[in-house]
Each structure stands twice: as C-alpha cells, then as structure tokens.
Write a protein that binds this ligand. Structure first.
Ligand code: FES
Length: 363
C-alpha cells in the first residue's frame, strides 16, 4: 500500500486540476522547453538589427502552433526574473514563411522604460525559448483586390510589412501605396524588405517621409494624400502613434472616405479624454467574493490585481480581448473611446474599462 503513494499523489495532481498543464509544464520545461503544453513554445533562431532601437526576432514555434493571417497580432509569454509576463506584438513576416519554413518574425522596438522590450533586446539570444499564443486581430487584407493605402508611423509598420509581403506573393494587381512616417531615414524599419518589394512588385508605391529632418517637422498633410492617385477609392489601413492615427482619420474623413473603409490598429495604448469628476466606485468581483473601492481612472484589471485577483490578460491595451469578462451591472467608461457602457449585463475588457459608480463583475 505504502508503495502506491507516489502514484496516488500523481493521479491527484492530474485529475483534480482544471489545467494539468500548469502542473506539468515546469517539469517538462526543465527537460525540454519545446514540450511545454500551456503555451506554444517558440525558439529564437536568429536576431536581426533593423535600426538602432529595433530588432527582428526570428522564431520557430512548435509545429502545433495554429498559424496566422497577415496583419495579425500575437501574445507572447516571457519569463523575466522568475515572473511570467505577457505582451502583444504584431507579426512582421508573411504566413507563407510560416507555412514554407516554419518560422515567424516579431519586429520589436525598445520602449522607453519598457520592461519586456528592453529585456528582449538585452537578454534574448538565439536558442532562447518564449511562449506564443494564438494569433488574433482583424487588420486584414481585403478579400477582393481593390486600391489600397497604408499609412504607417515608426514601428507601426510591422503588421504592414506582413501584409505587403503577402499581397506581393499573391501578385496583387490593384495599386498599393505605403506612406511611411519615420523620424529620420535611419529609423526606417524593414528597409531592405521594402526596397526588395518595390523592385519586384510594380503595384507598390512607397513614400517614406522623414519627419525630423527639415527646420520644421513634416507631418501627414493634404499634400501627401493628394499625391495618392484615386485616393477616394482606396481602402485605407492606419498603424502608428495616436497623433498620426488621429490626423490620418481626420484627413481621410474630410475626403469623405467612409469609416468602413478605414482600418486602424494600435501598437500602443491610445487614451480618450475621460470625465474627471465621477469616475471610480465600489467594485464587486462576484465569484471571488471580493469587494473594493476604486478611485479616479483606475481600470478594472489594475483594480482586480490590486485586490490580489489574477484575471487573464494579454496586451493590457484593449487589443487582444484576453481580459474580456462579463459585467453584470453598473457603468464603465471605455478608455479607448471615452464612451460609457450601458448599465446592464455585457462583456467588457477589464484593461480599458474604468468604473463610473458601482460595478459588479463576474470574476
Ligand atoms: S488585456 Fe488585451 S484587451 Fe485587455
């Protein structure tokens, strides 16, 4: 009987857990990180310097990774000083590369004070392993060929690189223009790839605008848009800093380009102006039996974590929907849009939802 103890203990670990992977992963990781089941491990196979502060990491995910569409994002999981951290990045390679060679790329710029991006630049090496979740996002190429305009700023070009590579491989024939805003020519990300695309794909017009070289900065203006032939009929894709995105949205709307034809994706949290006086309130996390008072513009993800809860999250900026939760009652303000929710039951994203009065959450 005594001899069966280890087996009984192992059986309990396996069958009494909602997620057996959480138990076995550390053991498997110590044998071979590529065996871990909780996320899909991806090995770094190469690291390429793009600019002074941007690198491309070439990853080889385990074969069970489900792949992606051009323009999508992915959450990664990385362990820094024994703590697992999640972040969201765009994939900069084409799905074809994944299908043919089993590799994908993430092109990542150092963010000032950014824990993960700086760690990746300073410590991630060829042969290291990180976790990759399923890809997501709807910044996708149109199903039928039509004229396209991409407006990108800085590292916002990364999903655009994936899209352009894919369109070129499909011999997309409708005109495609990329207006790419960088501080100086030395800040162009994917310069070689863009140059090669322009050489081999006649549909592409590339216009790089270095904003900081003249006496006064050159931002997106009507002159840039006037130079895009048939701009009124273009489907538009915007990715870059909030200032560029807002400006591009305004200028395109002034040209009566319908909202449905303007696709935006963010690479940093954009924030709408929030009302300053009536934010915060009592938050009840129902399933956890936790009730806390919140103040000011704290979002529900931060509030939950401050109350020692561990809700699921990914990007922490309203993109990945991993933090989606049911609100059963109360009003929240969406940080991205500044809009108030209804008072009743609905799904919300914890990371961008700020209570406005008492709120009940199914967590
Ligand atoms: S954590 Fe990604 S949307 Fe909230």
């Amino acid at each position: 009987m005594e001899n069966n103890r280890p087996l009984r203990w192992l059986g309990k670990q396996l069958f009494n857990r909602e997620d057996p992977a959480a138990f076995f992963d550390p053991l498997l990781a110590s044998v071979d990180p590529m065996l871990v089941r909780q996320y899909v491990p991806a090995k770094v196979t190469a690291i390429v310097d793009e600019t002074a502060d941007t690198k491309t990491f070439v990853l080889k995910p385990a074969a069970r990774w489900t792949g992606f569409e051009a323009g999508q994002h992915v959450n990664i999981c990385i362990e820094i000083d024994g703590v697992r951290l999640n972040r969201t990045f765009s994939l900069s390679s084409s799905p074809k590369q994944w299908l043919q060679h089993g590799t994908v790329t993430l092109t990542i710029k150092r963010l000032p004070g950014g824990k993960v991006t700086n760690w990746m630049h300073d410590h991630l090496e060829v042969g290291s392993t990180l976790g990759l979740a399923d890809a997501f996002g709807d910044f996708l190429a149109p199903e039928q060929p039509e004229p396209l305009l991409f407006i990108a700023g800085g590292s916002g070009v990364t999903p655009v690189l994936s899209l352009l590579e894919t369109l070129a491989a499909d011999e997309y024939r409708a005109p495609v223009t990329l207006l790419y805003f960088v501080r100086t020519q030395a800040d162009v990300i994917g310069a070689e790839k863009l140059h090669a695309l322009r050489q081999r794909w006649p549909a592409l017009t590339l216009h790089v605008v270095a904003t900081d070289v003249g006496e006064t900065p050159e931002y997106l203006n009507d002159g840039h848009l006037d130079a895009v032939p048939g701009i009124g009929a273009r489907r538009c894709y915007l990715c870059g800093p909030k200032g560029l995105m807002d400006l591009a949205n305004d200028l395109l709307h002034q040209r009566s380009i319908h909202e449905d034809r303007i696709h935006c994706t963010f690479f940093s949290a954009s924030q709408a102006a929030l009302p300053s006086d009536d934010l915060g309130g009592e938050v009840q996390f129902e399933r956890s039996g936790v009730k806390v008072e919140s103040e000011g513009d704290a979002n529900l993800l931060d509030i939950a974590e401050a109350a020692q809860l561990s809700p699921q999250y990914g990007c922490r900026m309203g993109i990945c929907h991993q933090c989606s939760c049911k609100k059963t009652s109360g009003t929240v303000i969406n940080r991205l849009t500044g809009k108030a929710s209804g008072p009743g039951e609905e799904s919300i994203q914890l990371c961008v939802s700020v209570p406005q009065g008492p709120v009940n959450i199914d967590l």
